[in-house]
Design a protein around this ligand. Structure first.
Ligand code: CA
Length: 413
């Protein structure tokens, strides 16, 4: 009995040591698992399990200003740091690029020349590269009776003028519109000094008259003209346009074709690349990099899918597919933006920002030359984004068509 007691007590001691050992191992293991999960979460390696929406916020860039259906935001490149905003009914507003600006004044009022509503109105403005010397700027607007697109030049008597007379107008181009939607509308000077003009397919649906593929028509195209020449009246054709001197009756103004409703294009200020958002029909919205003479597919294709005909729509494989497209659950009406070259949000440097007008989504597309490498959803809260704008410092702004506010992205902390 005496002999057994120590043996018994020794056995208990071993049991206790074993239990203590197992308990210690368990505590250490649980601690390690908790630490590992926290580490992975912190490093966003478990992002697939994280359904949090994009973290960019939108703030009102000019809290004292509100516009009537704003559709465009530009600067004049004249060193005055003024911003010009187009109001769709036919007014250009001007104000100092300062968040504290109290009010915007009227720079030009052509409401009596413009018919607006739906997709019609004053849609585009481009200041002449020599605006400071010549006072010229160019507008794209719509009118009825008859239904037309007008490309016109206006003239400020001095670049410093606070107001411009509607009587300074010279019409460069006018062409009829079969329907009141799909007017394109953007105008901008390229790095080559030529004026680029976005023109939709004429409207209705499905491009029933096949205008976008018809190069004898200006509809469904990106046009390029020389505003310093007069061989076409008040403008001319750049000598290296794709259809210069053709004998097939193709319009010499055409730079690229096969577009449905290019709603906002821009030039990358660093590379000169031309980016466009093209509004889709039933299935896809698309982003295109536009090259000279390129055929972007519509109505043969809607984005990368055959539309009319449904099969074998590109037997010679000549149609250029979008760099990016998105389906209906992400939005229904694309608004093309800009390749960001500003300084305020370093994370977005060299990415192409664009939005969906109907859904309020704003994205930043990453790319490597001409191929997409990623697409980040920055916000689902953009409002009705009618356009983006760039100021003289290449900072980017977002126009909310419905609220009339100009917004700015704020990066997550
Ligand atoms: Ca296309």
């Amino acid at each position: 009995m005496y002999l057994r007691l120590p043996a018994h007590s020794s056995l208990n001691r071993y049991k206790n040591r074993l239990l203590f050992f197992l308990l210690t191992i368990t505590i250490v293991a649980v601690g390690l698992i908790v630490a590992l999960v926290n580490y992975l979460n912190g490093n966003r390696l478990l992002q697939g399990f994280n359904t949090e929406p994009a973290a960019y916020q939108l703030e009102n860039a000019f809290p004292n200003l509100k516009f009537n259906s704003p559709v465009e935001f530009v600067h004049a490149g004249d060193g005055t740091n003024r911003i010009f905003v187009l109001e769709q009914p036919g007014v250009i507003k001007v104000f100092d690029n300062n968040a504290a600006t109290k009010e915007a004044s009227t720079y030009l009022d052509i409401r009596d020349k413009v018919d607006d509503g739906g997709e019609m109105g004053l849609l585009g403005i481009a200041f002449d590269p020599n605006f400071k010397e010549n006072g010229y700027f160019y507008l794209n607007y719509n009118k009825r009776n008859p239904l037309e697109t007008i490309i016109a030049r206006f003239k400020a008597s001095s670049y410093k003028d606070a107001k411009v007379s509607p009587a300074s107008e010279t019409i460069l181009m006018r062409f009829s519109q079969p329907y009141d939607n799909h007017n394109g509308g953007k105008v901008a000077f390229g790095p080559d000094g030529y004026l680029y003009i976005a023109v939709g397919d004429g409207g209705a649906w499905g491009d029933q008259h096949n205008y976008a593929q018809n190069r004898t028509s200006l509809l469904g195209k990106i046009l390029r003209i020389d505003v310093n020449k007069t061989d076409k009246g008040n403008y001319g054709i750049p000598t290296d346009n794709p259809y210069v001197g053709n004998t097939e009756g193709f319009r010499e103004e055409i730079y690229a074709y096969g577009l449905r409703n290019p709603w906002r294009f821009s030039f990358d200020s660093k590379t000169g690349q031309l980016w466009a958002g093209d509004v889709g029909q039933n299935e896809f919205e698309e982003i295109d990099i536009i090259t000279k003479g390129g055929n972007y597919g519509w109505r043969l294709k809607e984005a990368s899918r055959c539309y009319n005909p449904r099969n074998d729509c590109d037997p010679t494989k000549t149609l250029i597919d979008p760099i990016h497209q998105y389906p209906r659950n992400d939005g229904v009406s694309v608004t093309g933006g800009y390749v960001y070259r500003g300084k305020r949000i370093p994370e977005l440097q060299a990415k192409y920002l664009f939005a969906d007008y109907a859904k309020g989504n704003i994205w930043a597309l990453s790319f490597d030359g001409s191929t997409k490498t990623g697409n980040e959803l920055l916000s689902t809260d953009g409002g009705s984004v009618s356009s983006f704008g760039i100021d003289a410092n290449e900072e980017i702004y977002i126009l909310d068509h419905y609220s009339g506010q100009i917004k700015q992205l704020v990066a997550p902390k």
